[in-house]
Every structure is written in structure tokens, then in C-alpha cells.
Design a binder for this molecule. Structure first.
Ligand SMILES: NC(=O)c1ccc[n+]([C@@H]2O[C@H](COP(=O)([O-])OP(=O)(O)OC[C@H]3O[C@@H](n4cnc5c(N)ncnc54)[C@H](OP(=O)(O)O)[C@@H]3O)[C@@H](O)[C@H]2O)c1
Length: 220
């Protein structure tokens, strides 16, 4: 069975994702920054590897994995310099390393305004530009990619229902981290998710059906 390397596993989406994967007996390796973070992941049944996106990534992290999920980020509490170093350059490092290791699917957790940073908020334009170019680097790498572009993340309970259509009302452009984690699991499980870019929002369509509808919409 294929093994997935989760980069940013100790983050809020990352933890939910690793937990969901372990519950579903899906082999997963959690990439962490600190050794003391490892125990709780190993208790869930995940493998762990210690690495920092601001340094060279170890080949051993990727060597026995078939898929990679990138859900790391410098966070809103850091400055634009860290956004460039982690969200952009760290993502590019991970993509290049995935390419070297012939990874079969790279799932990127991007952001809803990464497609067109000009349309997003001026306050986080630098962030959306970093996400934009990380996504572009992934697409141009020719790795089999899946790009997920969630709206504002909340800690609401898991609903299992989403929309891939952007709500007109900005206040409605949000989604829970647990629903994003479930969308990642869904993407890893379906080859149709390859070469797909989907925005993700709270909604009323079951996750699997929402992905099918999005793909059909593009084909039709
Ligand atoms: N916040 C939003 O509304 C929003 C909207 C759309 C998309 N997103 C994106 O969604 C993704 C996940 O969000 P989240 O809320 O789960 O984020 P989060 O809780 O801040 O988690 C980010 C993770 O990245 C890790 N990280 C930071 N710098 C690193 C480095 N140099 N090397 C390795 N790992 C590093 C952190 O490690 P530590 O645990 O060790 O600190 C943490 O585990 C991010 O890419 C974010 O940009 C966010």
C-alpha cells in the first residue's frame, strides 16, 4: 500500500489528516520540526521524520513514500520573510525533492486567492503571491499534482460536506480544517484528483460527490 509523507504534520490540518489516515489504516509518515513532537504521532500509528523546510530536506524522508501532502506554512504570526522562506521556498524544495524521488502524487494545500492574488486581500497579498508561485512550480514540475485551495480556515466540526464553488459573499468563504483534511484523504484515494485544482468552501454536497461534480464540470 502506498505511503504518504505529510509535510506540516504537526499543524492543525496536518494533525487532523494524520489522525484520519491512521484511523483508516493508511500508511503515513509525519514530517515534524522537533523530535519532542514525535511521540503523539507514533502513538497514533504514524511513522515520523524530523526535518525543517528552511534547510536541505533529507532523502530518507521521501525515499519510501509514494505520495506527498504539503500542508506546512509559516503562519500569520510571522513576517513576510518567513512566508517566502517556508510557504514559497520550502514548498519548492519539497516539490524538487519529490520530483527526484519519482513521487506519484503531490497534494498541495494552497489558498483560495492563490490563483489570482490581485483579487485577494491587500493585507495578505504577499502570502497569496507565495502560494501562487509554489502552485506554479508544482504544475511546471510535471509531478502528478492535486492543488486544494481552501477559503478561510475554521475549527468548526467535521461536516463531510463542501462546495468547490466560491460563495459570492466573502463572509461565507470559509471551511473547517477537518473538512479540508477529509478532502486531502479523498484526493489521495482517487486518481481522478490528479491534475485537479479545486477551491474548497463549506457547503452542502458530500465531499466525494463535490469532487466528482467538479471534474465533470471541467470535462463538460
Ligand atoms: N489560515 C487560513 O485561513 C488558511 C486559508 C487557506 C489556506 N491555508 C493554508 O493551510 C495550510 C495549513 O494550515 P494550518 O492552519 O494547519 O497551519 P498551521 O497550524 O499553522 O500549521 C503549519 C505547520 O507548518 C509547520 N512549519 C512551519 N514552518 C516550518 C518549517 N520551516 N519547516 C517545517 N515545517 C514548518 C509548522 O510546524 P510546527 O508545528 O513545528 O510549528 C506547522 O506544523 C497552510 O499551508 C496555510 O497556508 C490557511
Amino acid at each position: 500500500m502506498s505511503k504518504t509523507l505529510v509535510i506540516g504534520a504537526n499543524g492543525q490540518i496536518g494533525r487532523l489528516l494524520v489522525q484520519m489516515m491512521c484511523e483508516q489504516q493508511l500508511p503515513v509518515k509525519a514530517m515534524l520540526r522537533k523530535a519532542e513532537q514525535a511521540d503523539k504521532f507514533e502513538a497514533m500509528g504514524a511513522e515520523t521524520v524530523i526535518a525543517d523546510l528552511q534547510a536541505a530536506l533529507p532523502d530518507a524522508a521521501f525515499a519510501d513514500c509514494d505520495k506527498v501532502v504539503f500542508t506546512a506554512g509559516s503562519g500569520g504570526h510571522t513576517g513576510a520573510d518567513k512566508t517566502i522562506l517556508v510557504d514559497l521556498w520550502g514548498a519548492c524544495r519539497a516539490i524538487d525533492k519529490a520530483k527526484q524521488h519519482n513521487i506519484k502524487q503531490f497534494v498541495m494545500v494552497s489558498a483560495c486567492d492563490a490563483g489570482d492574488p490581485e483579487q485577494g486581500s491587500d493585507a495578505i497579498k504577499h502570502y497569496n503571491i507565495c502560494k501562487h508561485f509554489a502552485d506554479k512550480h508544482l504544475i511546471e514540475s510535471h509531478l502528478p499534482y492535486t492543488i486544494l485551495r481552501p477559503g478561510r480556515l475554521t475549527d468548526d466540526r467535521f461536516s463531510g460536506k463542501i462546495s468547490t464553488t466560491r460563495p459570492a459573499d466573502k463572509a461565507q468563504q470559509f471551511i473547517s480544517r477537518s473538512d479540508v483534511a477529509a478532502c486531502i484523504v479523498q484526493s489521495l484515494d482517487h486518481s481522478e484528483a490528479i491534475k485537479q485544482i479545486n477551491e474548497l468552501y463549506q457547503g452542502t454536497t458530500p465531499i466525494q460527490q463535490a469532487f466528482i461534480n467538479a471534474i465533470k464540470g471541467r470535462l463538460g
